[in-house]
Design a binder for this molecule. Sequence first.
Ligand code: HXC
Length: 257
Amino acid sequence: MAYETILAETRGKVGLITLNRPTALNAINSGLTRDVLEALKLYDADPAIGCIVITGSEKAFAAGADIKEMQSRSYVDNYLDDFFAEWDAMQRVRKPIIAAVAGYALGGGCELAMACDFIIAAETAKFGQPEITLGVMPGMGGSQRLTRFVGKSKAMDMCLTGRMMDAAEAERSGLVSRVVPAGELIEEALKAATKIADFSLPAVMMNKEAVNRSYELTLQEGLRFERRVFHSMFALEDQKEGMSAFAEKRKPTFKNR
Ligand code: HXC
């Protein structure tokens, strides 16, 4: 598959997507949107892939939606195209997606990282929702997902002042799962992704689905969903293998990887 704005390569069982518009700090334009969503769809459908990593450059994961491309759009254009709604397709990706963030993750870049399943940040990462400085607001999930990650007070602060959050604050606030030295970002993200890809794929996908349900359901409904899925997992050969391997003091060999 030929892409113009990303590099897509496989590292073992991991699909690695590198945003690649260096002259615009990986700003999200229509081409990058098309390329990322296509690569995600192909990796999700590829039985040889168990986990996906999205990363950018040392300077920028992505500095936001492409301001120059969108500046002349009208309300009617946005409404008729349902501008940015195509990113909803990310929620249909059933395999895990890790964001590996170095440098700027601003506006749509921060929102893209938050749409992944978890974020590993380099010490150089800077997160922000600076849309207010452009006379607008987040449009790809920032006001909703950021609030769920870091709580109302900090989300308000970020959206209303447009300030950036460094990696240490992002980790403290629960926005990122871990912070690693910049030189080790890709290696650490690939290590985590490979670890995930070596587990039972149906078990991985069911874990992802259950955690995501916690955003949508009441606690009682979520607990019921979790229990039903947990029960069903005993129909997996990989459950028998995983538990037998533990009892026999050996490493499991999962069939559905
Ligand atoms: C288009 C962008 C861009 C963007 C940077 N560039 N961000 N182009 N859209 N979001 C371009 C610059 O115009 C410049 O191009 C080149 O990338 C390098 O950027 P510089 O500004 O020269 O770099 P630097 O001085 O290091 O500053 C880095 C920066 C700054 C602090 C990240 O670029 C910046 O503030 N960018 C905009 C951040 C932002 O406001 N993001 C939110 C966008 S709105 P030239 O051609 O001059 O070299 C948004 C809405 C989301 O995301 C809602 C729906 C998704």
